[in-house]
Design a protein around this ligand. Sequence first.
Ligand code: NDP
Ligand code: 2IT
Length: 445
Amino acid sequence: MNSYAESVLNNLRKRYPHEPEYLQAATEILESLSAVIEKHPEYEKAGLLERFVEPERMVTFRVSWVDDSGKVRVNTGYRVQFNSAIGPYKGGLRFHPTVNASVIKFLGLEQILKNSLTGLPIGGAKGGSDFDPKGKSDAEVMRFCQAFVSELFRHIGPDIDVPAGDIGVGAREIGYMYGYYKKLVNANECAFTGRGISYGGSLVRKEATGYGLVYFTREMLKTKGEKFKDKKVVISGSGNVAIYANEKATQMGAKVIAMSDSDGYIYDKDGVDVEIIKKIKEVERKRISEYLKYRPDAKYIQGCNGIWTIPCDIALPCATQNELDAGSASALIKNGCIAVAEGANMPCTLEAVKLFLDFGVLFAPAKAANAGGVAISALEMAQASQRMFWSFDRVDKELDNIMVNIFKQCADAAQEYGFPGNYVVGANIAGFVKVADAMMAYGIV
Ligand code: NDP
Ligand code: 2IT
């Protein structure tokens, strides 16, 4: 690693020893950026990296609400407004009991580079709460969302910061949050994306992350003369990203043989029927084990890690961070997996990524491969500004073009800096240079 990048990383390690996810993301990024830093000594003089890894602002707040039994509950809310050099802060909200400052900061840091890669004018942010929507009634989720927005609203706005969904935050939660925001500010404006189609949302936003992941992977496979057709695919998770990755991969002729949730995974040698998964997860909010009621020949296995021991050609981790470790990576490599593309944010540990790269497995990092979701969020903002509503086909074509362009940027940057085929280095460099240019233009702020 370049000595300047290394000193910045060492300083972060000293200051934030209790934030392992944040340090993990920063380590990968700073290692990748070494080659750019060597070419630009002026960055060190401007303290560019120190400023890049430190959020512009982070708010933490109390969220008090009342559950159905009348008991008062208290959660912690977060919003990190990490970097606004190239546009208003933009990034999702996660509601999950594992949410803490480290998780929100790693997601925010990654989001800066992801948003830059889309080629659209959006800065990086992330937020959420340790609230667990699982097992809560609609009324409880609504009261929580309203309590959360009663503080968040003062920090966001269509030209300031525009949140969206992430784990535990889907159409229902965005509806409750946007509805309350609209009431508080007395304006109908695009301060959230992922909104319903009847109130300002964009077609394809729901599908965008999963579809985009498959478009990116298609481009990566092309470099080896491969395609999705007739490939066996394993997808972890069964939420928004996983469902639409399954749908698009299946449309391209692949067979998705396994999916999971946080309790376990299903294996269906005939191909997991995505319509059944949509019914169980999107409509009924039940566990993936229910799949066997519809497909008794499928298998259900308790625990999620085992999913990576299933022989497959393509693996798409779409659940959560660090769900795929070195042991799982070795199993995939041993079974002949040719490509891994990250639908979730940072699902592969640093050791797993190293193994994939060392063994020549095509590897697509999250900030490039899952950028389709936020890209279509930016197109939702564009449609809102225009007071226009674009067709499904138009948005889907835009998404495909954006993903092709992101792949090209990653491949070109990797080549230019001497790491051909290493899309981790390529994505970090290509995302960074645009943000760095803007930060240099502003002087020290
Ligand atoms: P959802 O809440 O719709 O689905 C999450 C899925 O992952 C569920 O199947 C869930 O299982 C599983 N999961 C969540 N946490 C864990 C855990 N700790 N261990 C095991 N499984 C877990 O979220 P999304 O599909 O929206 O998000 C999935 C990933 O994709 C996240 O990393 C997110 O940051 C990333 N992402 C999302 C985008 C979007 O547009 N939604 C855009 C880009 C990235 P269970 O139901 O049992 O909890
Ligand atoms: O991680 C992500 O890119 C998201 N959760 C989507 C963010 C967005 O603003 O659409």
